[in-house]
Write a protein of this length. Structure first.
Length: 154
């Protein structure tokens, strides 16, 4: 079931009608990824790790959060496959593992900006180069958000 703003669901679980047999496993990976990005502290950790690996103690000092809180956020990011840990002496260092994350965050910025909520998620030094548009500016293409052409949408 696709929900449109202003509509109400007739089922108790609005997503019940959207479930398709066999997609639960692939959906769970997507849910884990987006859940890992859904907390301001985890986004802050990602930004800090964008400058290089850090220990939990480094992150607690920079974020002003308790060690257990930072460890929990790192566990969430690790379970989504975004962060990895490696021991070095008596310390454990955490680092980002997926360079594709910057493209995802830059795309999220674009979507949020189009929705009227301009944010900066992707650190400038990791911002992917945006390719030139395939269609010259000013050309009306159905559904094209880049050029503001929304012809044919209802």
């Amino acid at each position: 079931m696709t929900m449109i703003r202003g509509e109400s669901a007739t089922e108790p679980d609005a997503l019940a009608g959207a479930r398709v047999e066999g997609t639960r496993d692939t959906d769970s990976a997507a849910v884990a990824l987006f859940h890992s990005l859904s907390d301001p502290a985890r986004l802050a950790i990602i930004r800090l790790l964008s400058d290089g690996e850090r220990r939990v103690v480094d992150l607690t000092g920079e974020l002003g959060l308790a060690q257990s809180t930072v460890s929990g956020h790192l566990a969430c990011l690790r379970s989504a496959g975004l962060v990895d840990a490696h021991p070095h002496g008596r310390s454990t260092y955490y680092a980002l593992t997926r360079p594709e994350l910057w493209e995802l965050l830059a795309a999220a910025e674009t979507v949020l900006d189009a929705a009227g909520s301009a944010v900066t998620l992707c650190p400038e030094h990791h911002r992917p180069q945006r390719p030139e548009p395939l269609v010259p500016c000013g050309v009306a293409v159905r559904g094209c958000l880049l050029h503001g052409a929304h012809h044919g949408r209802h």
